[in-house]
Write a protein that binds this ligand. Sequence first.
Ligand SMILES: [Zn+2]
Length: 151
Amino acid sequence: MPSCELCGKDSNSLTKTKIEGATLKACESCAEMGDKVETESNKGRKKKTGDKSRTRNRNTKTLAPNYGEKVKEAREDERLSVSEVADDLNEKESVIKKIEKEDLKPDQSLASKISGKFNISLYTNTEVSNVDTESGDSRKATLGDVAEVKE
Ligand SMILES: [Zn+2]
């Protein structure tokens, strides 16, 4: 009985399988780990179905009405300038300024960067029940926080 060149298991149905560049005769279960060496007739790969939209709108999150004020207060609390914050978050100074004036609504990813930095929450999410802003536990320091400690 022929045996699988990968695991050595005896098998009647060995499949030519390409694994890490080598073509081996493999049993069914090993063949699943590699690329089946196809014959010309059935080579055509299935086309990927159209892009599924990744931007699903989650309506559960809403921006805090006074988000600009929150950011400004948090920033002033930490005695940081707008440019320092912008630098830290890899954003333009003008973006932070606009957010503070509430001329610009941060999207959720930016909002979460800001929230993480200042340990505040800009988006309120009804699903999240363990918001730890109240605990005073700020172990969630961002890399930027660790890099520069002013006394
Ligand atoms: Zn095998």
